[in-house]
Ligand binder design. Sequence first.
Ligand SMILES: [Zn+2]
Length: 285
Amino acid sequence: MASRLISLDRRRLLARALALSAAPTLSRVAAAAAIVNPPALLENEAGGYRILPAGTVFCGGAIPVSGHEIVHALVSPWVPLKDGYGFIQSYLKSIGRPVQALCGMELRSPQQMTFEAFRAFNAPYIEQLTKWDLMLGRYSAVCRTNVVPARDAPKEPSLHAFSYCVPSNYQGITFCISGTADIDQRGKVVAEGDVSPAGMKQRLQYCVDVITERLAELEVLTPLLELEQWQVVEVGFQVGAPFDRTWSCHEESSEPCWACRGCRAREAAFTQSGKADPMRVVRKL
Ligand SMILES: [Zn+2]
């Protein structure tokens, strides 16, 4: 049966997604105007990428300029942050990239910090970025995420991963984005103290909205977000997406478990669209 989706060509699908993503962009700019007035994307020429400026500690996101891609590097085991700077610098040197190619830092910290402690923690970090020529005016050129793991937290702030930009012929989209806290434009925690499902949902929705707006401002299109999962399967078959190399399982295993929520949702999506899941064939399950 021909679906509404099949009648949509790719250009119209993308145009719809753009129209949808334009609205929150405007509202963010309006809401942010009272506090700061961030410029449009800034270019880090030496690094080969453009950023969405946000503040001195982190940028909103980074996208490579033409002929480049962003690579994500996981550090295992984690390196204490104070040693992490040297680690990154020598690694980038070893692959022939300037340190200005660094565009993302993912940190893990032992415990939550007060606002004051967080400012003190960030001072040497900003100093390091300044030394590396990774401040574009007063804006950090580097995305950052800082997580306090509930289990197996490190003894000191540590480097979990970093991202960098390299010349490349890769045609797909790569980008890097900073995490966001559930703190609104006025510096207030969203639904503070409310741990009911409604309060938790409000905070989560706030974070999802912020990240969606950033993606739109970075001009990263997310047309699949508005589709049902079975529709995503249909679009995938139309464009020849390599479903045998996609992953839906929530379990940490080398094979899909076919039992978790992710696996069941995948199975339902393929069944509903009337297609066979190539993953089932490849994995002989
Ligand atoms: Zn699974």
